[in-house]
Design a protein around this ligand. Structure first.
Ligand code: GTP
Ligand code: MG
Length: 242
């Protein structure tokens, strides 16, 4: 089992992130997404033999960093790849619950912070509200019953990954929405489990433009593609159903 750690300008928090990864994980792929600080050096100096650092020469975005991590993890033979972001916002105590969902047949298990007790108080209110709105849009666009579309704490099986063209997914913020759209089309089983919302002293790179323009536009594309493929299938089905 592998953990993928997308990391951009995380020299300060990458050590805390790596320390939290349970001992029974055997492969940790840190993807330094073209950071201009010492993220890669800090990850290497952490001195954990499970950790390998892959570098993007230039910044490509969190989605591209995750896709690179998945590629390395699955090429090395992982059966499941878990994403834990480099800003230490994922609680390792939640990992068994994600893996339990995988054991029950999910191809993609993902965190749901909004169902956590007192989520409203544990998250900045803008995040809480914005996530509710984006989740409603994501449900509409993908047809999947997700409550917290933006949560980055996820587990993906090798088999589900083989059904997806991961490198073609949107490379920046909006990646989880575009990925869920691809999963809906490919018929991957998606399951959510409650995870603890962790907000401390990390900085977020998510801007209002991502939430208001980029992600809704991506979801409109997802909805359009889904509608088109369903209609296409319906038209093809007509002659044989007569
Ligand atoms: N901001 C940013 N983060 C990136 C990029 N590439 C990889 N990452 C990593 O992606 C992870 C998530 O980024 P954040 O900006 O914290 O977004 P988030 O955690 O989804 O959102 P918050 O809930 O607001 O913290 C972090 O571990 C980053 O280090 C990038 O191009 N920009
Ligand atoms: Mg963050």
């Amino acid at each position: 089992m592998a953990v993928v750690v997308p990391a951009y300008r995380e020299a300060r928090l990458i050590g805390r992130t790596l320390r939290a990864i349970p001992a029974w994980i055997d492969d940790v792929v840190v993807v330094d997404d073209g950071s201009d600080d010492d993220t890669a050096g800090a990850a290497e100096r952490h001195g954990d033999r499970r950790v390998r650092v892959v570098r993007h020469p230039t910044n490509r975005g969190v989605g591209a960093a995750i896709a690179t991590g998945y590629r390395h993890a699955f090429e090395a033979g992982a059966d499941v790849a878990v994403v834990m972001a480099g800003d230490a916002q994922m609680d390792p105590d939640d990992l068994p619950r994600l893996l339990q969902a995988m054991g029950q047949g999910a191809g993609y298990a993902k965190g749901d912070r909004l169902s956590w007790p007192e989520a409203r108080k544990r998250m900045p209110w803008t995040r809480w509200l914005g996530n509710h709105i984006l989740a409603a849009l994501t449900r509409w666009a993908t047809g999947l019953d997700v409550r917290d579309s933006q949560c980055g704490y996820t587990a993906l099986s090798r088999e589900a990954a083989s059904l997806l063209d991961l490198e073609s997914i949107w490379p920046r913020y909006g990646y989880p929405n575009d990925l869920l759209g691809a999963m809906a089309t490919a018929g991957v089983t998606v399951q959510e489990v409650p995870v603890r919302p962790v907000y401390r002293d990390e900085e977020s790179g998510v801007g209002w433009r991502d939430a208001v323009i980029v992600i809704p536009a991506l979801l409109a594309r997802v909805a359009w593609r889904r509608w088109r493929s369903e209609n296409h299938n319906a038209v093809r089905a007509l002659p044989s159903s007569r």
